[in-house]
Design a binder for this molecule. Structure first.
Ligand SMILES: N[C@@H](CCC(=O)N[C@@H](CS)C(=O)NCC(=O)O)C(=O)O
Length: 259
């Protein structure tokens, strides 16, 4: 996914200060333990931000302009992508993790609190499968965003409706993917479903016309504090600006449904 627009600046989210000899001093609060290298619109970054918030972990966000990548980022990111998670280590350089699924599992394993993946190995493997499925939907959303003509746009609209119909068949009665406890699959689908808050304002796309459970899940996710806090306040404005830049068919008045 290539995001190449303005990024805004970094922010600290309850960054945990370092303690040395049990004493916290101004000189010891400059470096956070965890830094999430981010882009304001990236859904993969959002997954990690949601997991961090669910775990109550303090971290710093450092935004990168993907159109003008700073040299430190080029040096640290093997695939040239966000997110990265920088983990401070005593007496050593920061460790750098890449790939959102890896970052999320590392956070789940190392941060205190309830695990976000099932304890049972078979169920855990199934959830990892649905996490991959969430990534595949992101690829389809990307194609919808960059569609500039009616055939491409309507084909994507249908593909997305089919993908969510598949999700509808495996969803629990709610409120979350697997029932009463928020988990990693929820963290992955929250950014997927967030796109449609903006798309809804633009077109009657009908992607969720036959998926009432997905719709209910979507609304529950949109109200979750960890999900709300995973993007900057101007997220919707930035996404609309991106669609304008790409000449997206979604912005056209006739982008409603067509069978
Ligand atoms: N598989 C990666 C995908 C990350 C990704 O596609 N990030 C995008 C932004 S949302 C990116 O950095 N794109 C820059 C590029 O491809 O040049 C993950 O899960 O972390």
């Amino acid at each position: 996914m290539k995001l190449d627009y303005d990024t805004g600046s970094g922010s600290r989210t309850d960054a945990r200060p370092r303690h040395e000899d049990g004493v916290m001093t101004p000189s010891t609060i400059e470096a956070p333990t965890l830094t999430l290298v981010s882009h304001p619109l990236c859904p993969y970054v959002q997954r990690a931000a949601i997991v961090l918030a669910e775990k109550g972990a303090g971290f710093e966000k450092r935004y990168v302009d993907l159109a003008k990548r700073p040299s430190w980022f080029e040096a640290l990111s093997p695939l040239g992508k966000v997110p990265l998670l920088m983990v401070a280590r005593d007496g050593a350089d920061d460790a750098v993790l890449f790939e959102s699924a890896v970052i999320c599992e590392y956070l789940d394993e190392t941060q205190p609190g309830r695990t976000l993946l099932p304890r049972d190995a078979l169920e855990r493997a199934q959830h990892r499968g649905w996490i991959e499925f969430g990534s595949s939907i992101l690829a389809e959303i990307w194609k919808l965003e960059i569609a500039t003509d009616a055939p491409a746009y309507h084909a994507q609209r249908k593909t997305l409706a089919e993908r969510f119909a598949t999700v509808e068949r495996v969803l629990s009665a709610g409120p979350w993917f697997a029932g009463r406890e928020f988990g990693m699959v929820d963290a992955v689908f929250a950014p997927v479903l967030r796109y449609f808050d903006v798309f809804d304002e633009l077109a009657d796309h009908q992607v969720f016309a036959d998926t009432p459970r997905v719709s209910a899940w979507r609304h529950a996710l949109a109200a979750r504090p960890s999900v709300i806090g995973a993007v900057p306040a101007d997220y919707a404005q930035r996404l609309r600006a991106f669609l304008h830049e790409r000449g997206a068919y979604l912005l056209r008045e006739d982008a409603g449904t067509r069978t």
